[in-house]
Write a protein that binds this ligand. Structure first.
Ligand SMILES: Cc1cc2nc3c(=O)[nH]c(=O)nc-3n(C[C@H](O)[C@H](O)[C@H](O)COP(=O)(O)OP(=O)(O)OC[C@H]3O[C@@H](n4cnc5c(N)ncnc54)[C@H](O)[C@@H]3O)c2cc1C
Length: 512
């Protein structure tokens, strides 16, 4: 075994990012390879928001060999088929960004190109008719996919909503049972090695010194190691994404549990609604240049489904990313690495993706700069691509009812996004660049959803005789409808498979 092997990893922070890191290292490397220590401070606590995910999360769970029903039950989670956007394209307009794809590609042409052809003839009004997640979401239905030939029921794409505090606790138990050592305490000092500026140790308030070969900074917005000690620098993206505050408040549940996240645009931002088994998570993301905290709180509190269960909490943030998320022997993940608002629930995925890259480029104590540079370049690109997808939601709108929307509609967007918009406007085409997170279907769903117009449809869609296109789309829509009918309600699915005691009790109480 190499002499330079990493012998100790120190993770700073016990929020979602910290415990996801601990669980991943414990599972893949194991504590036989190196010691894994996680330091967290109960006094500081965790951010405790971050409750909606995307389907890639299921891959993370599978990697950890977590039982999905147990995970959903213990985190009081629910299932998510996509995001419903209200008032984004214009006030009063609603669309759904579903997981998975629409219909079926036919004769090598994307389904949405065939749809656009009929749509422009005035024959195919709603894209949702060809997406099982969209239709099932609308009807409050959910089930996992099962092998059913080429029926849409064979490939239902889904993600989760969960309670962030319970998720951290769940992964803590997982990690500790695999040998991760948790140290409680507040870090008050970071010691850098004289000769090269690498991190040597961190010191806790009670004087304990914890040394490590590799440090993973999951300390949240403060970036205790990556920024305060190693001065990575921060790239500020507020000119593209001007929202800079969130107000979060949980409220009582409604009887039905919707299988999707809802995002409702307001005059200077938007409100999230995330249904869990025991409560609904809500928050208003807004820009303080255009709205006061009081006004934003007022809007949030007036738009809750049930009684608030806590006082509203303000979370200030600055959109952007660290210039380098890996510096010397420190890799930052989660809020320590950067922040993009939760409009498409991407932050937890960015942690997952960072971890998977770290595992493929896991260093030894020589910390090769070529690997570090490559890691930083890939992570920077991932953040930028997500940023561009989010900017699309703000920029492609007809809203002109406030200064905020006027700013967003008229702002200059990153050139790569501007090109995607131009390409869409020509023939309604969308593409997935390299291995970017969002695929052509997602770009199409949001571009159409935000009421963008294509000059004409993809000329290659004419490869199919019009009558055949009509017949095939009709057939697929029927299959999607029948599949949605077949599915149980989301709530019933949870009750049958993964209900937390609170949901069982609340359901019994309602029935009595
Ligand atoms: C308003 C909002 C909504 C969000 N919604 C979503 C969403 O729906 N979906 C999604 O994917 N993501 C979402 N996110 C992002 C998500 O919350 C984070 O990616 C995720 O929670 C990771 O947080 P974290 O672990 O990096 O930081 P934190 O939860 O802040 O954890 C930081 C940890 O560091 C410790 N720490 C800090 N300083 C010290 C010190 N000096 N000594 C010892 N320990 C220390 C703290 O005790 C804590 O344990 C949202 C974020 C915000 C702000």
């Amino acid at each position: 075994m190499s002499d330079n092997r990493i012998r100790s990893v120190v993770i700073v922070g016990g929020g979602t990012a910290g415990w996801m890191s601990a669980a991943t290292l414990a599972k893949i490397l194991t504590t036989n390879y190196c010691s894994i220590t996680l330091i967290e401070s109960d006094e500081i606590g965790i951010i405790g928001v971050g409750e909606a995910t995307i389907p890639q999360m299921a891959t993370f769970n599978r990697m950890l060999e977590i039982d999905e029903d147990d995970f959903v039950r213990r985190t009081k989670g629910t299932f998510k088929l996509g995001i419903q956007f209200r008032n984004w394209g214009r006030e009063g307009h609603t669309y759904f960004h579903p997981f998975g794809s629409y219909g079926l590609n036919m004769q090598g042409v994307s389904f949405h190109s065939h749809w656009l052809r009929l749509h422009q003839l005035g024959e195919a009004p709603r894209l949702d008719e060809w997406s099982l997640p969209a239709l099932a979401g609308e009807r409050g239905k959910f089930m996992r996919p099962f092998d059913n030939g080429n029926s849409p029921l064979s490939s239902i794409a889904y993600a989760y909503h969960f309670d962030a505090g319970l998720y951290a606790r769940y992964l803590r138990e997982y990690s500790e049972s695999r040998g991760v050592v948790r140290q409680e305490g507040k870090i008050v000092d970071v010691t850098l090695r004289g000769e090269d500026g690498f991190i040597e140790s961190v010191t806790l308030q009670d004087g304990r010194k914890i040394e490590g070969d590799l440090f993973i900074d999951c300390s949240g917005f403060r970036g205790l190691l990556i920024e305060q000690a190693l001065k990575s620098g921060y790239e500020d993206w507020s000119h593209y994404l001007p929202c800079n505050r969130a107000i979060a408040v949980p409220c009582e549940s409604t009887e039905e549990i919707t299988p999707y996240t809802r995002s409702t645009a307001h005059t200077a931002g938007w409100q999230w609604r995330i249904p869990l088994q025991h409560r609904i998570g809500n928050g208003h993301v807004f820009c303080s240049d255009f709205m006061s905290d009081d006004e934003a709180t007022d809007i949030l509190m007036k738009n809750l489904d049930g009684k608030p269960l806590a006082d509203p909490r303000i979370v200030p943030f600055k959109t952007g990313r660290r210039r380098q998320t890996w510096v010397k022997n420190c890799v930052s993940l989660g809020l320590a690495a950067g922040f993009l608002e939760p409009l498409e629930s991407t932050s937890i995925w960015l942690v997952q993706s960072g971890l998977s890259r770290l595992m493929t480029m896991f260093p030894d104590r020589t910390f090769q700069q070529a690997d570090i540079d490559r890691y930083n370049r890939i992570v920077a690109n991932e953040y930028e691509i997500v940023r561009e997808f989010l900017v699309l939601h703000y920029n492609a709108t007809e809203r002109d009812d406030s200064e905020f929307w006027n700013y967003c509609r008229n702002m200059e967007v990153p050139e790569r996004l501007a090109e995607k918009i131009r390409v869409f406007q020509a023939y309604g085409r969308t593409f997935r660049e390299n291995d970017e997170l969002f695929n052509d279907t997602s770009w199409f769903a949001v571009m159409i959803g935000q009421l963008m117009k294509a000059r004409t449809y993809d000329p290659v869609a004419d490869i199919m005789p019009l009558e055949e296109t009509r017949a095939r789309l009709k057939h697929i829509a029927e299959a999607v409808h029948n599949s949605a009918e077949y599915m149980p309600t989301h709530k019933q699915f949870i009750l049958d498979n993964c209900a937390a005691p609170e949901l069982v009790q609340a359901t019994a109480a309602r029935a009595a």
